[in-house]
Design a protein around this ligand. Structure first.
Ligand SMILES: Cc1ncc(COP(=O)(O)O)c(C=O)c1O
Length: 377
């Protein structure tokens, strides 16, 4: 398969395969966004109404139970997760579970910034650590879907109902793609820029009742910047979970998220989103199976991502992948398919719901073409 091959005739209609910001929902144009709230105070009735509507839509599409609060916060997923770490950790021991770059980022924060001396449970790229080793009497931090290795937890069965510590799940490339047993999750965070194809900038923070209890009964030893403050006079700032944001949000980003959520509702909500992502991942797996030079970085199918699918390319190093991805971009056949900078050299192809399955199918011949072209030098 190293012979020269002709440029394939048909291109993916939307060559947007980035793992974040991800492809916009099909049919998206900015002209369709509701602009009524723009240029107005976010605390005016119209602004608050749109923020609350966005929150209601997220709850509905996520099938989030009433036990859990959901609010919009600054700083994308990172902002939301840091907010949770800095406001709630330190009350008891901490375990951080990491198997790729973003999970490692939370280890670094817990250890070097918060100086919490966490127990760290790790696995290398492509693998999931032994989750049975986790001590749930501690607070536990993990990434539901490791975006840079394409390895995810298969479900929440490893989390006991009677845990003493809190579970913190960075769920940014997992929500809207998998079923999540919310009874096992005390804190979850995500950004609109992933499966919804929305914008970055804002994060979403989900809190279960035990997280709220922690916030109301525990004061961390370190100072908290205003953008992290979720508690006022010992009580949860409930307004945050009704659309009264801590500081000024981008109403344009909010309207963009509303567009994506209304689209999601229109295709059947969570079930519709999951079906699209499953079909995309299956189409990509078929492409991989048909080629001996392509493989999955995540060996175990049960913990293989259906959103950020990471692939190995036989004999490829970083330079090869750079050329490979560059060729595809130049042809407008596929954008942003090189693996993450810290991950082993390979490809990463987003299979979340906003990508059309036909575009994944049309990508196959282009991968062949780029592989043969780079090999031929
Ligand atoms: C698992 C995970 N955590 C955190 C982030 C950071 O997200 P953001 O840039 O939205 O803060 C990403 C982004 O790709 C991610 O995949």
């Amino acid at each position: 398969m190293t012979d020269f091959i002709a440029v394939p005739a048909r291109k993916p209609a939307r060559p947007h395969f980035s793992s974040g910001p991800c492809a916009k929902p099909p049919g998206y144009t900015p002209a369709q966004l509701n602009t009524e709230a723009l240029g107005r105070s976010h605390r005016a009735k119209i602004g608050k109404t749109r923020l609350a509507y966005c929150i209601d839509l997220m709850r509905e599409v996520l099938q989030l139970p009433d036990t859990h609060r959901i609010g919009i916060v600054p700083g994308s997923d990172t902002g939301a997760f840091e907010m949770a770490m800095w406001t709630m950790l330190g009350a008891r021991g901490v375990t951080t579970v990491a198997w790729e770059s973003f999970g490692e980022g939370w280890v670094t924060d817990a250890a070097k910034q918060l100086k919490l001396d966490p127990t760290v449970i790790r696995a290398d790229y492509g693998q999931l650590p032994d989750l049975t080793q986790i001590d749930f009497s501690t607070d536990v931090l993990f990434t539901w879907n490791g975006t840079t290795s394409g390895v995810r937890v298969p479900n929440a069965d490893f989390i006991p109902d009677d845990r003493e510590g809190l579970t913190f799940a960075d769920s940014t490339s997992a929500v809207f793609a998998y079923d999540i047993d919310w009874s096992k999750i005390d804190v979850a965070t995500f950004s609109w820029q992933k499966v919804l194809g929305g914008e970055g900038g804002h994060g979403v923070l989900i809190l279960g009742p035990r997280a709220v209890e922690r916030l109301e009964t525990y004061i961390p030893a370190w100072p908290l910047p205003k953008v992290f403050r979720l508690v006022s006079k010992g009580k949860l700032a409930e307004g945050v979970f009704k659309g009264e944001t801590i500081n000024t949000p981008s109403m344009l980003a909010v309207e963009d998220a509303i567009f994506a959520l209304e689209w999601a509702k229109g295709i059947g909500g969570l079930e519709g989103l999951k079906a699209r992502s499953d079909a995309n991942a299956a189409a990509l797996s078929k492409i991989v199976e048909e080629r001996d030079w392509l493989g999955h970085l995540a060996i175990d199918e049960a913990s293989r991502s259906k959103t950020s699918v990471c692939l190995t390319v036989a004999g490829a190093d970083a330079d090869f992948i750079k050329k490979f991805a560059g060729l595809l971009e130049k042809q407008d056949a596929a954008y942003d398919v090189a693996g993450y900078r810290d991950a082993p050299a390979g490809l990463r192809i987003w299979c979340g719901a906003t990508v059309d399955t036909q575009d994944i199918e049309d990508l196959g011949p282009w991968l062949d073409w780029a592989y043969a072209t780079v090999k031929a030098g």
